[in-house]
Design a protein around this ligand. Sequence first.
Ligand SMILES: *Cc1c(COP(=O)(O)O)cnc(C)c1O
Length: 392
Amino acid sequence: MSQATQIIHNIPIDELTGAIAVPIYQTSTFVQDAPGENRGYDYARSGNPTRKALEDLAAVLENGSTGAAFASGLAAIDAVVKLLESGDEIIAVDDIYGGAFRQFTQIYRKFGISVKYVDTTDPANLLDAISAKTKLIWIETPTNPTLKITDIQAISKIAKLHDCLVCVDNTFASPVLQKPLDLGADIVLHSATKYLGGHSDLIAGLVVTKTTELGEKIKFIQNACGAVLSPFDSWLVIRGIETLELRVRQHCLNAQRIAEWLQGQPGVKKVFYPGLKSHPNHDVAERQSSGFGGVISFELEENTTEAAKTLVTSTRYFKLAESLGGVKSLISHPATMTHKSIPDEKRRAAGVEDGLIRLSVGLENAEDLIGDLHLALKAVKLKTEVAASPVC
Ligand SMILES: *Cc1c(COP(=O)(O)O)cnc(C)c1O
């Protein structure tokens, strides 16, 4: 069965009424037939039919056994870390999502969980860093905002030898393009706020595990800690997933076209996009995913915050905002937005220069988006020339 058909036909028809859309079961509790005798549900934190439809769908999408839906991507990350114990160590990709970095360092360090950051784009670096204390390897591929690519299969092989779990944050690729569990990972995680929801209208997170054993542990944490996704937001994510395949394919086509165009533009120094042959791990991306996603970053020739600000405030269709994965194109300046809290030197060392711009390419017409960027680049050029000209 093709993926598009699989997605659409794993959304259940309501058994009671035949409703073709999953009903929103807006209820906190379920009436029992006798004490302890229920119809599959007892209390809505522990289980809700709308949420369950989403969780089962997520498991199918990622070729896993168990899905769990959370109130945000960060709540999903939190549930995975809670598999660990005090004294355990995580090895994480060095340019990990900022919110995960904050949670690891400002919350979990207090509880005795340590984190080592490693450039996982070369699996040899993991071999050097791994120890008996390491219990979890955390990767994102592609990463944010420099779109680094890590070989999931190579990392998983090393992790297996050392008996530790591999969790892949698959938010940027989406399950349409990349299936980490098929490549050896144990856990896959999504900020469903992004491509899965797809319309910039909700906050949600998902965890899918390869084995039911690990799935039961995540489900236990989900119920014990309580950061569940509401029935309404579960319904919205299901509705987003119905068009996921179609949307992601178009995001990829638009992004490839724009990345190639950007590469030749005056005023643009460097373009980061895994679909470009110039990307250092283009071959790995091509091998492990069926597309390169909708996020592009690029560096301006004029490598200053001022030039970047001119650019991001000169676009008409690319709206200035954090986040990604929605139908509307977004533009952001990581140095002063998502990566503001990282000290300048550390940020630049990670490749997030002052003149770096990130695009979440939406579903508008690609030529319109190119026209928009063309004018914005012209605005930067004009401003730079005016600033450089002598005052008379
Ligand atoms: C947005 C994002 C998250 C966090 O998800 P929220 O839904 O905002 O809590 C985690 N990982 C990645 C890669 C993200 O882009």
